[in-house]
Design a protein around this ligand. Structure first.
Ligand SMILES: O=C(O)c1cc(=O)[nH]c(=O)n1[C@@H]1O[C@H](COP(=O)(O)O)[C@@H](O)[C@H]1O
Length: 232
């Protein structure tokens, strides 16, 4: 059996709500992501509980601050023993270097968010960033690679390019995954699971399509089945 490629985003407001879903899931089938909402509500104790149940945890707090603050936050996150943590690449080279120095390579994976999958060309114009979304993603991914991070978060629309430019070992994590005919919600740069894997994605972050499904376990199994045969 392959390592789980799906990371279920536990975007819940309490530990109880999150555990109702987690109790149905299997660590052989998926990893779990704890983001800002759940971590703010339930803290490190919940992370510990998930790891005790055998799940790898991606702690998605997207640190973005001055280098010293990010380094200390990264140390605190890695000390929880989580599988993966992230920072914003927009924090720049000095911040990324500080994060890298704070987390020893080969321990907790350290990745950087490039351009959020909710953002499109209009958002770039609004904030004064020139270029197409995939040009911004390429630039930020190269920066993260230069700073020896383990990978990036991007959309699956950009993974073909990044895989070619940055090689097979760079970890590509893609949210904005939707089943065929699924709702976009607040995502704009989206792909179906099959396309994401074919484009070179390592891990698919999937939230609402699973958490709001009438049968979340079945949905998780179906999405896994869609990609299993495609993994080399
Ligand atoms: O870092 C992330 O995980 C992340 C980065 C990004 O660019 N876009 C993005 O959607 N995410 C997260 O991925 C999850 C996507 O959830 P759904 O849109 O419900 O599938 C959410 O928890 C987001 O916080």
């Amino acid at each position: 059996m392959h390592e789980p490629r799906i990371i279920v985003a536990l975007d819940y407001s309490s530990a109880e709500n999150a555990m109702q879903l987690v109790d149905q899931l299997d660590p052989q089938l998926c990893r779990l992501k704890v983001g800002k909402e759940l971590f703010t509500a339930a803290g490190p104790q919940l992370v510990e509980r998930l790891m005790t149940k055998g799940f790898d945890v991606f702690l998605d707090l997207k640190f973005h601050d001055i280098p010293n603050t990010v380094a200390k936050a990264c140390q605190a996150a890695a000390s929880l023993g989580v599988w993966m943590v992230n920072v914003h690449a927009l924090g720049g080279r000095k911040m990324l270097n500080a994060a890298r120095e704070a987390i020893a390579p080969g321990t907790t994976k350290l990745i950087a968010v490039t351009l959020l999958t909710s953002m499109d060309q209009d958002d770039l114009t609004d904030i004064g960033l020139q270029g197409l979304p995939d040009e911004i993603v390429e630039r930020l991914a190269r920066l993260a690679h230069d700073c020896a991070l383990d990978g990036v978060v991007c959309s699956a629309l950009e993974t073909t390019l990044l895989r070619r430019l940055l090689g097979g070992d760079f970890c590509l994590v893609t949210p904005g995954i939707r089943p065929a005919n699924g709702q976009f919600d607040d995502q704009t740069r989206i792909a179906i699971p099959r396309q994401a894997i074919l484009n070179g994605t390592n891990y698919l972050v999937i939230g609402r399509p699973i958490t709001q499904a009438s049968n979340p376990l079945l949905m998780c199994q179906q999405l896994n089945a869609e990609i299993t045969g495609l993994i080399a």
